[in-house]
Design a protein around this ligand. Structure first.
Ligand SMILES: [Zn+2]
Length: 204
């Protein structure tokens, strides 16, 4: 395990960081040139985070972290694709991260585009179509469970995406069983900056 930290300790430290951020008490750790220079020989991030590309969701700020702390993959609507799975697998296998977070967020444009596609058959014909195609199943699954408002669908989408990572990357399933990694699906609120866990595996 990296840094001798358990998945739970990593998750707790990131929750603490989010608390500092929302409480206007961010410490902006590990943000100096000195820290960057110390990392020249290699990186040992504690977690890999798949989040939305939305400019209001800068992951390092949200968790009050800095250089070398987080391995971050961002796509619109935190949608998965082969390169995304490959990036996450690299972080798990080669960097030994102890935690995977899939971070959805409030007022996600990609999720609302998928809702529009379902409700009004407005399906993009350009390159953005792929985003909608990847999110539509989350809209449908959320509604079957009774989650109909955008926030519920955003949360369900993060949860389903985390589930896909666990099932498609055998190394994640194996390490979960060994207690060497944790997985968290979470929802970040733009209104107050808070990250709320939606579903967790191996951590609480
Ligand atoms: Zn978004």
């Amino acid at each position: 395990m990296p840094h001798n930290k358990t998945p739970q300790q990593i998750w707790d430290s990131l929750k603490e960081g989010n608390k500092r951020f929302t409480g206007e008490a961010a410490e902006h750790p590990h943000s100096s040139m000195k820290r960057l220079q110390e990392l020249q020989s290699g990186q040992e991030p504690i977690a890999v985070i798949l989040s939305c590309s939305d400019s209001r969701a800068p992951v390092e700020y949200i968790f009050d972290t800095g250089f070398g702390d987080l391995f971050v993959v961002r796509t619109a609507g935190e949608t998965v694709a082969p390169a995304v799975f490959g990036s996450i697998e690299f972080a798990v296998k080669n960097l030994d991260v102890g935690l995977i977070i899939v971070l959805g967020h409030e007022s996600c444009g990609a999720v609302s585009a998928a809702i529009k596609a379902v409700d009004h058959a407005e399906v993009p014909v350009d390159s953005q179509r792929v985003l909608v195609e990847k999110i539509i199943p989350s809209v449908l699954q959320s509604r079957v469970k009774g989650g109909t408002d955008p926030a519920a669908i955003e949360a369900e989408h993060a949860s389903i995406t985390a589930d896909q990572i666990i099932h498609r990357l055998s190394v994640v399933g194996d390490r979960l069983e060994m207690g060497e990694i944790g997985v968290v699906a979470a929802h970040y609120r733009l209104s107050d900056g808070q990250v709320e866990s939606v579903r967790t595996w191996g951590v609480s």
